[in-house]
Design a protein around this ligand. Structure first.
Ligand code: GLP
Length: 244
């Protein structure tokens, strides 16, 4: 794993946007795996700027997102599809038909998981962006998810519900289930870019990089990926800096 510890959130976002731009310009039909949450917001902002100033176009890009809450759709402000439209899709030239997320409103969730798995077979990510849960989750793959997992429905852990409650009017409004890309499908990406900022991620970052590769820390599997880069700010990387 290539590790970059940078000064702050802005530097993390700048390097991440550069990495995305390189894939977009250097690939014929780029497929980007995208993440939500507060971590990649700055990266999306910079990519939007690049697009607005004519430096980068997403016209030929296809996107596949990691996850979505069960029961939320585009009209729900806390849904990930809403987040993606607000932070990225509606501000760039990407055609909406090229954007993909699991459908949290699907009536038959098993069928929806199968559809998304097939889609990922067709659109293998050239680059997958990942944030990191404070419990080491990636996408919504909670601790003890099989490394062989494909797109599935998860019951969110109490700690994830707590962490994500800040986006909702009340903790009781946080959905308890989500559809997530599986770990095998994340690992199938040609390149992976993990981003983390803030002191509450320092332990998860340390476990991901130096912990035993074990299902109790889903992110530890990334040690096995041949082209994985981690960009962290100084606070999230604090425990890495102390390793001699
Ligand atoms: C959620 C998402 C993850 C994200 C994580 C961290 O649980 N499903 O994909 O990486 O939160 O979020 P944040 O970036 O807001 O810390």
């Amino acid at each position: 794993m290539k590790i970059l510890v940078v000064k702050d959130y802005y530097d993390m976002s700048r390097l991440a946007a550069q990495a995305v731009a390189e894939v977009v310009t250097g690939t014929e039909k780029p497929v980007l795996g995208l993440a939500t949450g507060s971590t990649p917001v700055g990266t999306y902002k910079l990519l939007v700027e690049m697009c607005k100033t004519g430096k980068l176009s997403f016209r030929n890009v296809t996107t596949v997102n990691l996850d979505e809450y069960v029961g939320l759709g585009k009209r729900d402000e806390q849904s990930y599809v809403h987040f993606m439209h607000e932070n990225f899709f509606d501000r760039t030239d990407i055609p909406e038909r090229n954007t993909n997320l699991p459908n949290g409103l699907a009536k038959d969730l098993d069928k929806e998981c199968a559809r998304y798995h097939d889609l990922l077979g067709e659109y293998r990510q050239d680059l997958q962006i990942l944030g990191l849960g404070s419990n080491g989750h990636i996408g919504f793959n909670e601790p003890n998810t099989s490394f062989e997992s494909t797109t599935h429905v998860v019951d969110l852990s109490q700690s994830t519900i707590r962490d994500n409650a800040r986006f909702f009017p009340h903790p009781s409004c946080v959905p308890t289930r989500a559809i997530t890309m599986g770990i095998a499908e994340i690992m199938n990406s040609k390149k992976i870019l993990v981003l983390a900022n803030g002191a509450n991620k320092a332990d998860a970052v340390y476990q991901m990089v130096y912990g035993e590769i074990k299902e109790n820390c889903p992110a530890s599997v990334l040690q096995r990926h041949p082209e994985c880069t981690l960009i962290v700010d100084e606070t999230a990387g604090a425990r890495l800096l102390n390793v001699k």
